[in-house]
Design a protein around this ligand. Sequence first.
Ligand code: ZN
Length: 259
Amino acid sequence: MHSREWESETITVLTKTYPECSKKYGCLVCTAGINSEGKWRRLYPFPWALFWGKTQKLNFKKWDLITLPTRKRAPDHRPESFEVRPTTIDQELKVVDHIGDWDKRKQFLQPFLDADLEALRGSDRSLGLVKPKEIYDFMQKDRQRITDPDEELTLERTEAAQQLLLIDIEPELVKKSRTPPEPLPWLGYAFTCQGPNCKGHEMMCIDWEIQELFRKQRFEKTREKALWMKDRDLYFVVGTTWRFKTWMIIGLFYPPRAA
Ligand SMILES: [Zn+2]
């Protein structure tokens, strides 16, 4: 299987998720992409403060190629999960290239397109790429209406947990950044995938771009942008969370439709 040694990898970044907080790990950002051997990678933990405000030390973005040391994340059974060294990552991570062209991006992703969500659910995978067939709506759900324990957990955050993690990682960052990220609302799409037996999905979207838009411009503007994307050639990068294997949309890819 995978060695537990640190090895340098080059990864094309497809998405960054909005900081997710839990009692145990505090607020962390996870990033997903594909390495130069064509393997999916979920990289974490990146302390959110490294991307934020005055303490920002990392600013890589979607479609950057980054090199950094990674190794298989031991207690995480998802095959794509690799860990980074949160205390030294700002010195170790290098942005080496960027894919700026929509056609090149599409070409890059073509081999990784999954048939449908139903097939992904039946596999041991925890990251994938699907093309929605029809988008019905983009919604915000009340906390009371959330029945999935995993989605509930993703929304859960406490000040105490955030402080705990930051202390663990870097005391300096705690002093400088007292303000935690705003809690995640349940925002997501209602859609069908390409599956021949698809019964439809309501899936939470934790893509940073969407959550950040909500933070700055609230729901109506976010919904407008989210539904504007359905007139583009829209794809979802999807991934599961650790505990309950709930699939979520972790990134959006929306090139213009071919003329
Ligand atoms: Zn489906």
